[in-house]
Design a protein around this ligand. Structure first.
Ligand SMILES: [Zn+2]
Length: 348
């Protein structure tokens, strides 16, 4: 047993990871360097750094999480994910896995958290569910109501929903590509539980941390994503919150994904060198303040940047035949794609 006080221990932990007391004050001291999924203390050095953020790995449940974690407000997601309301989006793999999952219930009341433009809700309604959704992006929510005529898309967080409609319970709650954004996953999953009937179902997808990557996935960084899940970490987390896992599906790497990974591997730094320092990657833009990010997102590309984008498209097309050639090897090695889907059911 250490004789130091919790405050001293937290301070020395901060020193070990090279964070100043000032930045640490932004974080709840009690939760500092505790795994946000299993709550065990996490020691050791960060496995990755980006800007002011440090990535840690929990040895107990294997979750990887960034510190510090503070989710941006709804306007931030509107800014970063803008343009989703301009066209009909195809269903994502997680949506399709749920709709074809033989273990999932085939009807009942379904709530989709973060329903976006409503493409999944419309498909679920057509499949026989009574659907409701929540979405904080006002443009996406408007699109869902107008284009899909979805009567019930509420601009509430799951916490606000549970408080506003405490008596309303669902047979299924779904959240696709939502859990990796959460700063406090335990709180989130308890809110989901509060919306479920006894023996209710939960279906979700997250980016698979065990996917094949040949370079950094620029979307998978804070403050966009705070948590990196594997199937093992996810199963352990849900089990601790009273759910039994019924099915897990890890998308295998397909030809399109293989082409993306070859393209990423062939990245030479040429585009940044030629396009100049104004060519910001999404990962950098995410770290900016609202005004700076708005300027970067709406900046008119220079002729040179437009030429580089064109060459970039040519390069990515040129990767398709390479990917088709490489695909038998990719399949033989069992490389994983981006999506990790899971269906679970409340034990009680
Ligand atoms: Zn853990």
């Amino acid at each position: 047993m250490s004789s130091s006080t919790p405050e001293q221990a937290a301070e020395s932990a901060r020193e070990r990871v090279g964070l100043s007391s000032q930045s640490a004050q932004l974080t709840d001291q009690d939760s500092f360097l505790k795994c946000p999924a299993c709550t065990e203390s996490v020691e050791g050095t960060p496995i990755e750094s980006y800007g002011k953020y440090r990535l840690f790995a929990c040895r107990v449940c294997s979750l990887q999480f960034w510190e510090p974690r503070a989710m941006p407000d709804a306007r931030w997601y509107e800014q970063m994910y803008g343009g989703r309301d301009e066209k009909l989006l195809p269903l994502e793999p997680g949506h399709r896995y749920f709709l074809s999952d033989p273990q999932a219930p085939r009807r009942g009341d379904l709530l989709d958290i973060g329903c976006g433009t409503g493409n999944f809700l419309a498909a679920a309604r057509a499949a026989g569910y009574q659907v409701s959704g929540t979405e904080l992006d006002r443009n996406a929510a408007r699109f869902a109501k107008e284009k899909f005529r979805l009567p019930r898309v509420l601009g509430l967080t799951i916490a606000e929903f549970a408080e506003t409609y405490p008596a309303e319970k669902f047979d299924v709650v779904t959240f696709f590509e939502v859990l990796e954004h959460q700063a406090e996953p335990c709180e989130f999953v308890e809110r989901v539980k509060a919306c479920l009937r006894p023996r209710g179902y939960m279906a979700l997808s997250v980016p698979n941390r065990e996917r094949w990557l040949t370079g950094p996935d620029v979307f998978d960084y804070p403050p966009n994503h705070f948590l990196r899940w594997s199937s093992g970490a996810l199963r352990a987390f849900l089990s601790a919150h009273g759910f039994e896992t019924l099915s897990i599906r890890e998308q295998p790497a397909g030809v399109g994904y293989t082409a993306q990974m070859i393209n990423m591997k062939l990245h030479t730094g040429l585009s940044r060198r030629v396009a100049g320092p104004t060519s910001e990657s999404f990962r950098d833009i995410m770290q900016m303040g609202p005004q700076e990010a708005a300027a970067a997102l709406t900046a008119k590309p220079t002729a040179r940047q437009r030429a580089m984008r064109f060459l970039g498209r040519v390069k990515s097309l040129a990767c398709v035949p390479l990917a088709m050639g490489a695909f038998p090897y990719v399949r033989m090695r069992g490389y994983k794609g981006a999506y990790l889907y899971l269906l679970a059911r409340l034990v009680l």
